[in-house]
Design a protein around this ligand. Structure first.
Ligand code: HEC
Ligand code: HEC
Length: 347
């Protein structure tokens, strides 16, 4: 009887201990499994059919590529050796894309922009046209490896514009400026393993060629494609595989820390013609051109002002007309420049 009683009181305790031990060991197993999984899956290889895009030596194609490179696609904003140069110098012809700008993103790792000069060792001179085209089309190189920044922060361009850009790249002089390879930390590899980052996923717009006469169609093409105004100026969740989470051009999703001083944060404002929240609703087309020409008002802003001013007059007017053709959206994304953490979204 007493034996039975002692068993009946200690059995549940032992059972709990066993359950705890089991849970503990499975957690350990899970953690080990997680680490092993990230080790294996954290450096994924992606496969795409060949693009078949090849550089052209046609001067007209190269000239269009030069304008895309320095202007709408703002490659130099990241591939210049420093942000200071991007802010200080007019990009066209002056900012050399020799790379080395550094981004320290604690949950991810450290990234450096590549040297895009034709140097065979430190630049892209030894890279194939196919490799360059793959990176611009998918954010993935010929080696199947993801270039995180290139997959997220470069506009969607159709083959015609990709060809123009790589044709211009081939004309750049060599520079032996040495730049380190990206260093992803465990968090970065885990995010890759779980597909939080991946190849480019936004739709590629059909090519609308430049024209002397401005058009809403060309503006829509630039703003959502190569110039990529949309992903900063609309709620896009960069960590959600670039998911749009609110109306187009209704303002930023989350503010970004200032380029040179992270006591401040920057939120790309609502550019729809909304009477209350539209930043440019009362601007004329000439005001818009003057604002682009003025460039950086605050060098801490993340918007590549100098680059966009390299777009042609007709392209700038096209973008303005497109923005004004959007449905007005009464979404408040707060002051565009503000003290870090000083504004909480209302919705
Ligand atoms: C938002 C910043 C940013 C912009 C804009 C940008 N790049 Fe990059 N680029 C990077 C970074 C950082 C890397 C290093 C790999 C990575 O993290 O994506 C890189 C890597 C590359 C590479 C890969 C070199 C290699 O073989 O690994 C090429 C080619 C390239 N960029 C070309 C361009 C071109 C052309 C443009 C304009 C159409 C452009 N980039 C715009 C930041 C940028
Ligand atoms: C990398 C993110 C980013 C991209 C890309 C971007 N912007 Fe911005 N934009 C901002 C931020 C942040 C601000 C607020 C700070 C400032 O005015 O510099 C801003 C402000 C503006 C303003 C208001 C300026 C003022 O004086 O009030 C206009 C107009 C504008 N952007 C237009 C555009 C257009 C057009 C494009 C594409 C051709 C574009 N932006 C692309 C981030 C971006």
């Amino acid at each position: 009887m007493s034996g039975h009683a002692s068993v009946s009181t200690s059995r549940p305790r032992r059972r709990w201990l066993r359950i705890l031990a089991y849970l503990g060991s499975s957690l350990l197993l899970c953690a080990a499994g997680f680490v092993a999984f990230v080790q294996v899956a954290g450096d994924p290889t992606f496969e795409f059919p060949p693009t078949g895009i090849r550089a052209s030596t046609d001067p007209a194609v190269i000239a269009r590529g030069e304008n895309l490179f320095h202007g709408a696609m703002h490659c130099t904003a990241c591939h210049a050796a420093s942000w200071e140069r991007v802010v200080r110098d007019k990009p066209m012809g002056m900012v050399e894309p020799i790379g080395g700008q550094e981004w320290i993103v604690p949950p991810l790792g450290t990234m450096w922009s590549s040297n895009l000069s034709s140097d065979q060792v430190h630049g892209i001179g030894a890279r194939s046209d196919e490799h360059l085209a793959m990176i611009l089309k998918h954010g993935v190189g010929e080696d199947g490896k993801l270039r995180i920044f290139m997959s997220m922060a470069v506009g969607m361009a159709p083959d015609e514009d990709i060809q123009a850009v790589i044709s211009y790249l081939r004309t750049l002089p060599a520079s032996d400026h040495e730049v380190p390879d990206d260093e992803l930390n465990f968090g970065g590899r885990a995010m890759l393993a779980f597909g939080i980052f991946g190849p480019k996923s936004l739709p590629t717009p059909a090519f609308v060629p430049p024209a002397d006469e401005p058009s809403i169609e060309r503006g829509e093409y630039l703003a959502n494609g190569p110039a990529m105004c949309s992903t900063c100026h609309s709620p896009y969740d960069f960590l959600g595989g670039m998911k749009q989470s609110g109306p187009l051009f209704s303002g930023c999703f989350a503010a970004e820390p200032g380029k040179e001083n992270d006591n401040f944060e920057y939120c790309a404002p609502n550019l729809t013609p909304d009477p209350k929240y539209g930043r440019i609703v009362n601007w004329t087309e000439e005001d818009f051109l003057r604002r682009l020409a003025a460039g950086f008002v605050d060098s801490n802003s993340v918007m590549p002002w100098g680059n966009y001013d390299m777009m042609s007059d007709a392209d700038k007017r096209s973008v303005f007309r497109y923005l004004n053709s959007l449905p007005p959206t009464a979404r408040d994304s707060g002051p565009p420049m503000r003290a870090a953490g000083s504004w909480e979204p209302q919705d």
